[in-house]
Design a protein around this ligand. Structure first.
Ligand code: ADP
Ligand code: MG
Length: 735
């Protein structure tokens, strides 16, 4: 067996194991070594059944029996039950909605059970484990509680607990990994044994490891899977998070250096010229907007491609920055020419947003002889129309593409449709991407790399993410922050509502509805019950809540539901009706379109608020920030514990979403940051995000190496590691 050996060739796998490993993305021995424990259990935390208290989370070892799947008497909910016995007593195990769990363990097996103990209402009834984790073990370890003389090694033994999936238990992973760690691959010349681990090479230069006191890759692999003490495990995790952040940084810095070598369009517009455009706005620019415009105009003059990220809360006025800088482009001619104009592509994540920004751009540019096009999958439009010079008109796709290709349409707004091969520009000089978190890096590139001369790129986002994450994900971009809201905007009033005040809030809403305003109600779930919380208070679901509001609270108003399982066309229809005022109350999950502008919606209710991150709550309440009317946000929490209330209070105090993102990171940890699935950053790298110093160090070291030589000629292992990673990144698929 070597690092590249297939697991399937060296382990006798059952069908469920085969499927489970595939799901975990584990194919080779090396993959398995990189499947890290999510935490370590220690025998010290092991308990005996007789001493268990209600409501505690505990780990118990014992023999399992009476496994069966059944239906709950009243609720008809499917469940699995069993009984666990150790030397001190027995306790019932119940799995709600997961009857199959009871079938995966044979009757009489020795198991490790970990979970929370519960008790039915009356205190005399028996304790049970509710939805515990269960896995087979070979033997029952001695614990401090069962034996006064627990052996040294048992008491301090840290056993790794691995992320599991159906078919592949933590226990299975543990044994498989131990087998690989100790695999002998033959004798060496000197006669000693040689281990597979000896073939592990470290791509990180040793002076960097030394500088930050990081263990080598081989040592770290041993320490992470078989730590003798906690500090070893910690050092190993630190090493791997550094490794991943460092590799990401190398990749980003490399892209950055290569991009900056390309020539790009030189745009010579003076401040005065741009000011003549912005002076016509119905508002004065904020200082932050002016700074952003100046920074971009500065980049435009350099003749190398700009790559800039504009981060600003919802409502901070990113569109005005986009329009003012687009103005510089479309009023410039291609180099060496005194005629013709450069072009701008503006990409939005949804059709609604594309239409909205098309209209916005028309209002910014209508005094100028500038044609503006709109392309989405459902059709194309052009401004101005030949017949009505103040309005836009539908045109055929063929006609639009022709005018884009010959440069007659200098500004093209659109959805993903913009990336299609058929869309050719004459002189594309500036690409703007709105709500950039919705697009993958690959989509960004697809649009930018369309052209022979590299266009300038502006990515815009309202997603508040912590600084460490921004540095990691957007290491190839320059950052500009719009950290100032336009003056005169009434700050949103946020109130944390106690359950007893619900009726009052509904009365308040009724008044707003009577005044013609509209309301969002955000729920944590769509409809299905939450299997891990069978006995807890169920989080409100959008569907149920909509029914309830219609039946019991606001029968006289139109109420609609919005969630991710609707088809795109259905979503758009609902949003359109809401925008047109045909719907009074929109009950939605958190999918409600980012950036959608419904100025008449002035109220938002968020149910089960503790289930959202603060940054996410902040984004949600941004839905009602568009209006000149006073906006309100009512935050309902299911639990009114002081911790929850403290956390939610930060919503009223933070200056902007980015502050809240930092707060989330500090309080809830990187694993809980919303949107993490789309970043493609591993768990171990996420741990590094709490450590600004480490991220900055990884970035600085990467910049240093790439600065010496972008091809990393002196570091073949690193360069191989990089191509391995980029070769393996997820390819985008176009819709
Ligand atoms: P976002 O940053 O969320 O994309 P928009 O660009 O959509 O924000 O701007 C939100 C609203 O604020 C728009 O109605 C816009 O006209 C207005 N606005 C933008 N800049 C200013 C400003 N400096 N002063 C007043 N209102 C502004
Ligand atoms: Mg916007």
């Amino acid at each position: 067996m070597n690092l590249q050996s297939l697991i399937a060739d060296h382990f006798r796998l059952t069908e469920p194991e085969r499927k489970g490993l595939k799901k975990l993305g584990v194919e080779t021995a090396e993959n398995l070594l990189y499947h890290f424990p999510s935490r370590y259990g220690s025998v010290a935390e092991m308990r005996v059944i007789a001493n268990l208290q209600k409501g505690e989370t505990a780990t118990v070892f014992g023999r399992v029996s009476k496994l069966k799947a059944s239906k709950a008497f009243r609720t008809k909910m499917t469940m699995g039950t069993a009984e666990l016995a150790d030397d001190t007593g027995t306790i019932k195990l119940i799995w709600f909605n997961q009857p199959y769990l009871a079938k995966m363990i044979p009757e009489g097996a020795l198991v490790r059970v970990e979970g929370k103990t519960s008790q039915k209402r009356n205190a005399t009834s028996e304790l049970y484990f509710s939805n515990p984790k269960i896995e087979r073990v070979e033997k029952i370890p001695l614990s401090a509680e069962t034996s006064l003389f627990g052996t040294e090694s048992d008491a301090h033994h840290l056993h790794p607990v691995y992320p599991e999936t159906r078919g592949v238990s933590s226990n299975w992973l543990f044994h498989a990994i131990q087998k690989i760690l100790s695999a002998v691959v033959g004798g060496s010349a000197s006669g000693g044994k040689s281990y597979m681990l000896d073939f592990i090479e470290d791509p990180i230069p040793s002076d960097i490891l030394k500088k930050y006191s990081l263990p080598s890759r081989k040592t770290a692999l041993i320490w992470i899977h078989a730590p003798k003490k906690e500090s070893d495990a910690r050092a190993a995790r630190k090493r791997f998070s550094f490794e991943e952040i460092f590799l990401i940084q190398l990749q980003k810095q490399k892209e950055r250096v290569l991009l900056k070598r390309e020539p790009s369009f030189v745009i010579e517009k003076t401040e005065a010229q741009i000011a003549r455009f912005t002076e016509r706005f119905p508002f004065p620019l904020t200082r932050a907007q002016q700074r952003a415009i100046d920074a971009i105009a500065g980049d435009f003059k350099k003749g190398i491609p700009m790559a800039r990220l504009l981060e600003g809360d919802v409502g901070s006025g990113k569109t005005a920055v986009a329009a003012s800088t687009a103005y510089s482009i479309v009023t410039s001619s291609p180099s060496g020419q005194s005629f013709g104009n450069l072009q701008v592509a503006y990409m939005c994540p949804t059709e609604i947003l594309a239409k909205q920004q098309f209209e916005n751009f028309i209002s910014f540019f209508s005094h100028l002889p500038v044609n503006i096009g709109l392309i989405t999958s459902s059709g194309c439009r052009k401004f101005p129309s030949k017949v009505n010079t103040h309005g836009a008109t539908d045109i055929s796709r063929t006609q639009l593409l022709k005018w884009v290709a010959n440069g007659e349409i200098p500004i093209l707004v659109g959805t993903h449709s913009l990336i299609q091969k058929a869309v050719r520009f004459k002189h594309l000089a500036y690409v703007i991407i709105d709500e950039q978190h919705r697009f993958g890096v690959a989509q960004r590139k697809a649009l930018v790399h369309k052209e022979k001369i590299m266009p300038h790129l502006l990515s815009m986002t309202a997603t508040p993410i912590p600084r460490t994450l921004a540095l990691t994900l957007y290491g190839d971009l320059d950052l500009t922050l719009l950290d100032e809201m336009p003056a005169g905007r009434k700050p949103i009033r946020t109130k944390i509502v106690l359950p007893s005040e619900r009726a009052e809030v509904y009365e308040h809403i009724r008044k707003e509805l009577q005044n013609g305003r509209q309301v969002y109600v955000i729920c944590p779930r769509i409809d299905e019950p939450d299997p891990t919380k069978a006995l807890a208070v169920q989080a409100r679901s959008a569907k149920k809540e909509a029914e309830r509001l219609k039946k019991e609270v606001f029968p006289e108003y139109e109420i609609a539901v919005m969630h991710s399982k609707l088809k795109d066309s259905e979503k758009e229809e609902v949003m359109e009706c809401f925008r047109d005022g045909k719907i009074n109350i929109l009950v939605s999950t958190s999918v409600v379109e980012v950036g959608v502008n419904v100025p008449n919606a002035t109220l938002i209710i968020i149910e089960g608020a503790e289930r959202f991150g603060l940054a996410q709550l902040h984004q949600l309440r941004g839905r009602v920030l568009r209006s000149t009317h006073q906006a309100h946000c009512f935050v309902f929490a299911e639990s009114t514990g002081t911790k929850t209330v403290e956390r939610l209070k930060a919503l009223g105090q933070a200056k902007n979403g980015f502050e809240l993102a930092e707060y989330d990171l500090a309080q809830r940890g990187a694993g809980q940051l919303s949107g993490r699935e789309q970043w493609g950053v591993s768990d171990v790298a996420m741990e590094a995000l709490q450590n600004l110093k480490m991220v900055e160090a990884a970035r600085a070291e990467a910049a240093l190496l790439i600065g010496e030589d972008a091809a990393l000629g002196a570091y073949p292992l690193l360069s191989a590691e990089l191509s391995k990673r980029t070769g393996g990144t997820k390819e985008i698929h176009f819709e």
